[in-house]
Design a binder for this molecule. Structure first.
Ligand code: TXA
Ligand code: MG
Length: 297
């Protein structure tokens, strides 16, 4: 069922969970002060309780009640990249439910760059929202994807197709150092530009509790090959996952293409790596492709 803005606000206020749009991917949202709502998010996604949720805010005051402390570096990052696809992890204040933080001392927060969703958050308060897919499956980039993911059982606010198409960059901001847990549109280089003196370390992705090797899995296997020659040695079958030379456009198409190709009468999908450029934004796309792919049998 699709909800309008007011129905979405009413449903969230009552403690229901609703699919909401952001500029990255759709989230499965609930207000952060209701334990039952938070539990419902985990149950609906079949997400293990050790995988913490991101809190979505619409203004700075809300952030002050979520983090224990906001240092100068965090202020610069928020000013530079919010609203936008950067998630900041830092020590949480004691009033934040341990369901959200999965018993960690830290919590993840971002301000999404989506006008309607910011209106919703302004009306109901901060929202906890993981991506609106079943655990380990492909993230949704349209309202329709969310309806399909949960067999029409979860109401969705339709805010159009996601403009970025892959999840936010996740960083933990410490006093002297930044740890990069998940790559995204906002690159290490861009962060370094606004904080030239801080050390940024790429963490092995498993350092972030929800980062599994087999994430983003589509319904049909995806195999990665370096070249067409490698692919043809494997099989003449399959259908190619085609992206473009432009990272922004490719990120936007990635999950939609994986979802749509998987629905066709095919054995497997394949992706040819040497056709595409190499840079930090592309690394974020490759990271998703690696995790979405299966071992070539
Ligand atoms: O773009 C996005 O971030 C989307 C939209 C809906 O905002 N959300 C999203 O949420 O991708 P989710 O739950 O699918 O991914 C959140 C990631 C998880 O990998 C989790 O491990 C990491 O953020 N995370 C959350 N809290 C953390 C913490 N305290 N420390 C380290 N990593 C954390
Ligand atoms: Mg996710």
């Amino acid at each position: 069922m699709l909800l309008n803005l007011q129905q979405t606000i009413n449903a969230l206020t009552k403690g229901e969970i609703v699919g909401i749009p952001t500029e990255t991917v759709y989230g499965l949202a609930g207000i952060i002060t209701k334990e039952d709502t938070l539990k419902k998010i985990f149950q609906t996604k079949k997400r293990p309780s050790f995988d913490p949720l991101i809190i979505h805010v619409s203004n700075q005051e809300q952030v002050e009640n979520i983090f224990l402390d906001i240092n100068e570096n965090m202020l610069i990052l928020m000013k530079s990249f919010w609203p936008g696809p950067l998630t900041i992890v830092s020590k949480k204040s004691s009033n934040i439910s341990s369901l959200i933080s999965a018993e960690l001392e830290t919590v993840a927060v971002r301000m999404p760059n989506h006008e309607k969703t910011l209106k919703i958050i302004k009306a109901v308060g901060p929202l906890a929202a993981p991506s609106a897919n079943m655990f380990k499956k492909t993230s949704p980039t349209s309202a329709q994807h969310v309806l399909e993911n949960f067999n029409n059982k979860i109401p969705v606010f339709n805010g159009g197709d996601c403009q970025i198409g892959i999840e936010s960059t996740v960083i933990e901001v410490l006093d002297e150092e930044i740890k990069l847990y998940r790559k995204g549109k906002i690159t290490k280089e861009e962060i370094q530009k606004v904080l030239p003196h801080i050390k940024i370390t790429e963490e092995k992705s498993l350092a972030s509790p929800g980062h599994m090797k087999d994430h983003y899995q589509p319904k049909k296997p995806l195999y990665l090959f370096n070249t067409y020659e490698e692919k043809n040695n494997f099989s003449s079958k399959g259908i190619e996952l085609n992206l473009t030379q432009d990272a922004g456009l490719s990120a936007r198409m990635l999950y939609r293409n994986l979802i749509e190709l998987s629905q066709g009468p095919i054995d497997f999908m394949y992706f040819i790596k040497n056709k595409y450029p190499k840079n930090e934004f592309w690394d974020a796309i490759y990271e998703r492709l690696e995790k979405a792919s299966s071992e070539v049998p």
